[in-house]
Design a protein around this ligand. Sequence first.
Ligand SMILES: [Zn+2]
Ligand SMILES: [Zn+2]
Length: 340
Amino acid sequence: MHAAVFYGVKDLRLEEVPDPKPSADEVLIRVNATGICGTDIHIFRGEWSTKTPIILGHEFSGIIAEIGRDVKSLSVGDPVVVEPNITCGSCYFCRLSERNYFCENLEAIGVTINGAFAEYVKARESNIYKVPREFNLDEAALIEPLACCVRGIDQAGIRAGDAVAIVGAGPVGLILLQLAKQAGASMIIQTDMEDARLKLASKLGADYVVNIKNEDPIEAIRKLTDGYGVDVAIEAVGSPKAITQAMRATRRGGRLLIFGVSPQEAIWEVKPFELYDKELTVTTSYRSPFTFQRAVRIAVSGMVRLKPLISHVFKLEEIHRAFEIAEKKLEGAVKVLVKP
Ligand SMILES: [Zn+2]
Ligand SMILES: [Zn+2]
């Protein structure tokens, strides 16, 4: 099959590789579309380490092409999405049943084992979720980031009527916006540096948008909240600077969700007194523990609109251009998809 194989920093090669062979409890999936995620960009730039060579791509949809002999719940031809995280079921954390992905033997399709920037990918039956035939399979590729955002919204603890600020209007910022609205936020202020993304934020329900290139976001947020700051602030960028902005946007006694994934070596400088003085609740969000089923329901119900987030669709042969557009946020890029 054709695949884009990652060999090391900025070294992505289109190659012919053997088709994956599903074992008894796995299925082979013909990939429909794969999203480029911030994680892929981190790995591509060398900001996150992984074993190489590897086929990246963990946000994908496809159609089942072959099933292992023990697979009971799926058939050839089923349209599906895949939870990429694979737990062992027997380590300390798996036995603790924290319903999280702290598994000591955790693998992830497209991060530690071969993923979906390819024609085919294999996955375990227990990681697969069917989507209705009438649901658009390109949009379905965004169910993985949606599942991560569902975890984030659970962690954010938004109450009915809360004022919420979201720092960042990339794909996850725009999904979190829609989930925050559904969770009962009465006012949402979204910030970013790209006007195209902020325009999309307004379209998808942001009450106010602030371009931080033109305006001080903290001042703007204070002004919109009678000088107090928001009840809940969500950082959806993955940078210490953005975390500080989100922290400063909260009111005293507020909540901060650090959702974006910063580079592994980045350091967040914070005055502990500021946290104390605000009695700030700081929370984070790790992957998508048992949120996939809900994410499928949310996507299929239309509660969250995914289609407007797809800004670019490329063929697998054009993956270098696709990565460039996603990495440098060119041409108003939001979610960039690659199709084999
Ligand atoms: Zn992702
Ligand atoms: Zn485990």
